[in-house]
Design a protein around this ligand. Structure first.
Ligand code: UDX
Ligand code: UDX
Ligand code: ADP
Length: 459
């Protein structure tokens, strides 16, 4: 089947950038991104490109080039489904917050709603591509919903997990390590391969069966998260010995079997994928009675929670066991640099802990603003919205956030933090001036020379 029209349901961090790149590289294909969230769609359509709902380096340029030409954002879901030969499901699949599998299993509510919608409105044959991260065998559920419509329409289901990382989404999409397509219909796989084939070489397009494709996505994220938890576990050991975690990471990373990437000790991994996907893997393993497998992977999340807690505990302990009434400046709120996404960011949990200890927190993040900070804390339900608003605020400049502070906590590795005037910051802080660098971003020697009491993970 030649694809002339693509519909993508879900205009989020995955759907938005992926479809923008597909549109850019396939001028002959019309790409319609639809969403139920009118506000989000309006933001994607905003004239001012700095107002796009997803901040990603390079994304605004592509949207500017393609929007209104072969890339469209709207809430007209039925219409987009009908005109498309190929439909991507790219909606969110958060961890369940209720019922069976609460806190562990993926909530497939939104995926199911999409499948039902497609079944209800489709009038011609479609290729349906599962793009969201889903538990193994979800394609089966989608298939069962679509195949039971009884209206004689053929649906081919493909799994095409996305491996882009936020902050580098556009580069990852333009130069993927691999594109993975799982499915049964050779013809459908061929159609999707052609879409990617416009810019990805054939040897990087990998095809597998549906289940291998689904499981590969969960496994890739579990392995990546495991590396971070592994180096973080070593960072704690380093802090009790004379070893330096950065030196250890370099030394082991030069072993080609280990490799140098993804060995940066930190205040803990965040993001919408790692924790959710591991918990999902754990839940699936448990549901097959595989206790050892489940326990093995669960430890990665336990270690990560420990790392976040350890960071705030250490800060409190160093500030003479109390932060009550003290001003703590948090640099960064996003879960990593170059994104405005804050889902599962370590900053949220560290702030929550410090607020329990009655700290006054000032946050500065170049891409995250006050309402999002408050929403993230309110979502935890630890205290009332009013109490959160009284305990934390977003400063409009970094210098204002750090002025008069007792301590600074670096939560995100934004490049600009390195270039601040640290002498000026020191001069305007309470003494002793503490810095807790959760990202090993700054130079310890330089900071000590200015006069800071500087603590970094694993040193
Ligand atoms: C190991 C380290 O590789 C080496 O760097 C160190 O100096 C000593 O310990 P060794 O034990 O000799 O070397 O062999 P290695 O190739 O690492 O294999 C260890 C075990 O792991 C073997 O039983 C091997 O069969 C098994 N293995 C290895 C797997 O089961 N799967 C793999 O993918 C790799
Ligand atoms: C991840 C996967 O990398 C990507 O392939 C998948 O499609 C989605 O999930 P993402 O969560 O966007 O991507 O970002 P990633 O770069 O993987 O970082 C995740 C978290 O781990 C961040 O909080 C980051 O700061 C942290 N991290 C990463 C470390 O603490 N140390 C590292 O060495 C690497
Ligand atoms: P991801 O990181 O997986 O892209 P996001 O939360 O950023 O997740 O984006 C998912 C998008 O999917 C949201 O904009 C949400 O409004 C949209 N969405 C969820 N359910 C539906 C649905 N049934 N129909 C259309 N859009 C949906």
């Amino acid at each position: 089947m030649t694809v002339k029209n693509i519909c993508c349901i879900g205009a989020g961090y995955v759907g938005g950038p992926t479809m923008a790149v597909i549109a850019k590289k396939n001028p002959q294909i019309n790409v319609n991104i639809v969403d139920i969230n009118q506000e989000r769609i309006d933001a994607w359509n905003s004239k001012d490109l700095s107002k796009l709902p997803v901040y990603e380096p390079g994304l605004a340029d592509i949207v500017r080039d393609c929007r209104g030409i072969n890339l469209f954002f709207s809430t007209k879901i039925d219409e987009a489904i009908n005109t498309a030969e190929m439909i991507f499901i790219s909606v969110n699949t958060p961890t369940k917050t209720y019922g069976k599998g609460k806190g562990m299993a993926a909530d497939l509510k939104y995926v199911e709603l999409c499948s039902r919608k497609i079944a209800e409105v489709a009038k011609t044959d479609k290729i349906v591509v599962e793009k969201s991260t889903l538990p193994v065998r979800t394609a089966e559920a989608i298939k069962s919903i679509l195949h039971n419509t009884g209206n004689g329409i053929n649906f081919h289901i493909l799994s095409n997990p996305e491996f882009l990382a936020e902050g580098t989404a556009v580069q990852d999409l333009l130069n993927p390590d691999r594109v993975l397509i799982g499915g049964e219909s050779k013809e459908a796989i061929e159609s999707l391969s052609k879409v990617y084939g416009s810019w990805v070489s054939e040897d990087r397009i990998l095809t597998t069966n549906l289940w291998s494709s689904e499981l590969s996505k969960l496994t890739a994220n579990a392995f990546l998260a495991q590396r971070v938890s592994s180096i973080n576990a070593i960072s704690e050991l380093c802090e009790h010995t004379e070893a330096n975690v950065n030196e250890v990471a370099k030394a082991i990373g030069m072993d080609s079997r280990i490799g140098p990437k993804f060995l940066k000790a930190s205040v803990g991994f965040g993001g919408s994928c790692f924790q959710k996907d591991i918990l999902n893997l754990v839940y699936i393993a448990k549901s097959y009675g595989l206790k050892e497998v489940a326990d093995y992977w669960e430890q990665v999340v336990i270690m990560n929670d420990h790392q976040k807690r350890r960071f705030s505990d250490n800060l409190i302990k160093t500030l003479y066991n109390t932060v009550s009434g003290k001003k703590i400046a948090m640099l960064g709120w996003a879960f990593k640099k170059d994104t405005n996404d804050t889902r599962e960011s370590a900053a949220i949990y560290v702030a929550d802990h410090l607020l329990n200890e009655q700290a006054n927190i000032a946050v500065y993040d170049p891409q995250v603003f006050e309402q999002k900070v408050l929403n993230d804390l309110n979502y935890l339900n630890t205290r009332t919205e009013r109490e959160n608003a009284e305990g934390i605020y977003s400063a409009s400049t970094p210098y204002e956030a750090m002025k008069g502070a007792h301590a600074i906590a670096i939560m995100t590795e934004w490049d600009e933090f390195k270039d601040y005037d640290w002498q000026r910051i020191y001069d305007n802080m309470k003494k002793p001036a503490f810095v807790f660098d959760g990202r090993s971003l700054l130079d310890k020697e330089k900071m000590n020379k200015i006069g800071f009491e500087y603590y970094s993970i694993g040193q």
